[in-house]
Design a protein around this ligand. Sequence first.
Ligand SMILES: NC(=O)c1ccc[n+]([C@@H]2O[C@H](COP(=O)([O-])OP(=O)(O)OC[C@H]3O[C@@H](n4cnc5c(N)ncnc54)[C@H](O)[C@@H]3O)[C@@H](O)[C@H]2O)c1
Ligand SMILES: [Zn+2]
Length: 346
Amino acid sequence: MSATHLAARYHRAGDVHAERVERREPRAGEVEIAPLFTGICGTDLHIAAGHMDARVSTPAVIGHETVGTVSALGEGVSGWSVGDLVTVVPLRPDSTCATCRNGFSHVCDHLDFLGIDSPGALAEHWVVPEHTLVRVPDGTDPRDAALLEPTSVAVHDVRRSRLQAGEFAAVVGGGPVGLLIALVARRTGAEVVLSEPDPTRRDLAAKLGLEVVDPVTQDLSALTRERTGGAGAAVAFEVSGSAPGLTAAIGALAVRGRLCLVGIHAAPREIDLHPFFWRELELLGARLYERGDVEEAVRLVAAGELPVADLVSHVLPLSRVDEAFAALAEGGAVKVLVDCRPEGRA
Ligand SMILES: NC(=O)c1ccc[n+]([C@@H]2O[C@H](COP(=O)([O-])OP(=O)(O)OC[C@H]3O[C@@H](n4cnc5c(N)ncnc54)[C@H](O)[C@@H]3O)[C@@H](O)[C@H]2O)c1
Ligand SMILES: [Zn+2]
């Protein structure tokens, strides 16, 4: 194999670019995959903006939302063949801490998140532990499969919320994650309304057949009550990461409603806890996904039950990864995919 390959590396705030870097062989228990498409997510943008310098050691190959084919096997790996279509659960727990022992290894106390804490998938090759692979059925469109990681987030969140068919759900925030939650919630048989201030994202939601409101000009709480005989939503997903979004989500809930907190609130929020007492509300945190969520996401996407590829606004080759980050930073983009196949062979 050639000693170098093309990869996108983060160097310093505002500088992610493609360059040839050293390639390494898979060791025992590891598998090398050749990513087809790798998505860029909000966390990658935070890394690129320099917000995560305390955690990310530079230069860092980043990216963790990928679909690819197995390209080489380390010693002792069985059950996989070169060419298999796979996605990667980018989590390496220590398997020994109290959290892991209690069955919650997806939020391990010492979680190694591949693509943040160790090298990632914005590259022509990616070496990962065998246990992270999940098979994707042949014939699945790789552009759909590139959205399996955020779809797994959505599957996990809907499961955490205990949303049932026939219930009403409000989704606050129509970025890629909020849109995917809305699609998975609808697929569960719930009635869904999505709140999003950005007109491009609202148009996309409407195209996906979702009912959508503008939080700047419309009252989510009033609409939710109107649609539920005055009761309010059984579940509200907070997926904006904003203080006004959090307040709106709480305000939309019915008595005994469940607030599923997906958005990352990096700063403490001042929230009114009175409704939690008065209306017996529940607050449920939701982080990442468990393997079963990823397998369910694969099943839904492979069966074509979620129009995930409709979220893709841009596809750019790995050599132009800097433009992919710029498109997201500028706004107007939804999901940006990077085509990681060596150019000329694509
Ligand atoms: N829990 C997890 O494991 C997990 C995983 C992935 C992402 N996240 C978090 O989920 C959130 C959403 O991720 P994303 O990639 O879709 O991000 P995003 O930034 O693309 O989407 C957030 C959306 O919320 C909208 N918004 C802002 N204020 C609003 C308001 N008051 N009401 C309604 N909408 C509002 C924005 O216009 C934007 O479209 C982020 O906070 C992200 O960090 C959490
Ligand atoms: Zn652990």
